[in-house]
Ligand binder design. Structure first.
Ligand code: UDP
Ligand code: MG
Length: 331
């Protein structure tokens, strides 16, 4: 690690055996070829259970520009990236996945934009290959929904792949929130931002670590972190119900006057209405619960992640996390 490090590349890794070597080689070739200056690569092993840790260690041993921190368990991609950001020393920090869906060859283009003065350079997917229709459709829906209901301007179709200037990193480090949605956070901080277009490749080995359940949870984090819209829905729903009930009063009166007092009665209607209204209420309780649960998580002030050990280039041995790391782990 050099104090002149210009670019730090951060790559979270969770059970990615077979991908790590080719990723490292393509990245090193791209950065060396573009002459970007001194760079470092920080792998964050997010509690992998396969042989990824050994593969990572082998690279750390052969290239001193590569560092690796192992988290104590699987914390999730957002936390793994936060851990990497805390270790990075570069003037610009690039976030990129290990599965080569985001081509490392784009990084020099991002660096060129950064040198022009942009402080956030995000990769925007002009196309996505090899993903099923459900993922494509849900991603498209998700980006547009977030754009609609939040106040911040998030670029559409941009994932984690991006370059952040040191000033932006410092701003992000002042945001220790537990439920993180980094794409939103980097938009929220402002600064000069621009995008570069790229084609997203398919994943060559393994499968996505974001099944529907995790995508859903991430969307909840994204929405609750940046919007009160779900809470405001309650107002709209109550106004709607008030209008419906007010509209029903004259209808019922007229029907009863015309067709007798028993009209519009009956248990079935009441049961249906009770069920429907209970469902409404439970839905909104769920929404309130989402916000309350997040308040609880913030109040507890647990660390975002815990480091188990660092891979060390000289000895090739893994070193336990030093006491300083504990203070580095943001609380
Ligand atoms: N990842 C991680 N922890 C997790 C899930 C994923 O560090 O709990 C890493 C993963 O190894 C990869 C990146 O995050 O480098 C993106 O994951 P993936 O490719 O599965 O997401 P997708 O591209 O399908 O959205
Ligand atoms: Mg991927």
């Amino acid at each position: 690690m050099s104090p002149r490090t210009v670019v730090s590349v951060i790559t979270p890794v969770y059970n990615e055996t077979g991908l790590i070597d080719s990723f490292y080689e393509r990245l090193a070739r791209s950065l060396d070829g573009a002459g970007v200056g001194d760079w470092e690569l920080i792998f964050v092993d997010d509690g992998s259970e396969d042989s990824s840790p050994e593969e990572l260690q082998a690279i750390v041993c052969k290239d001193e520009r590569v560092k690796c921190v192992h988290l104590s368990r699987n914390f999730g991609q957002e936390q793994a990236v936060a851990a990497g950001i805390d270790q990075a020393v570069g003037q610009a920090v690039v976030l990129i996945d290990v599965d080569l869906q985001d081509p490392p060859e784009i990084i020099p283009k991002m660096i060129a934009k950064w040198r022009e003065g942009y402080q956030v350079v995000y990769g925007t997917r002009s196309s996505r290959r090899g993903e099923n229709w459900f993922k494509l459709l849900s991603a498209k829906f998700f980006y547009r929904l977030i754009d609609r209901i939040t106040d911040i301007e998030m670029p559409l179709d941009s994932g984690m792949f991006r370059l952040l200037d040191r000033q932006v990193i410092q701003a992000l480090q002042q945001m220790p929130e537990r439920h993180r949605f980094l794409r939103g956070m980097t938009s929220w901080v402002g600064f000069r931002q621009t995008g570069v277009l790229y084609d997203r490749d398919e994943r060559r080995i393994g499968s996505t670590k974001y099944p529907f359940r995790k995508m859903f949870l991430l969307s909840l984090d994204a929405i609750t972190s940046f919007s009160y819209f779900p809470l405001q829905l309650m107002l709209y729903a109550s106004l709607f119900l008030i209008l419906v009930s007010m509209g029903l009063v004259p209808v019922i009166l007229i029907l009863r006057l015309g067709r007798g007092p028993d009209f519009f009665g009956g248990q079935a209607t009441s049961i249906l209405l009770i069920l429907l209204l209970s469902a409404f209420q439970l839905f909104f309780l769920f929404i309130i619960g989402q916000y309350v649960g997040r308040i609880f998580d913030e109040v507890r002030q647990r660390p975002l992640y815990l480091i188990r050990e660092h891979d060390h280039a000289e000895t090739g041995k893994t070193l336990p996390a030093s006491p300083e790391d504990e203070t580095e782990d943001r609380r």
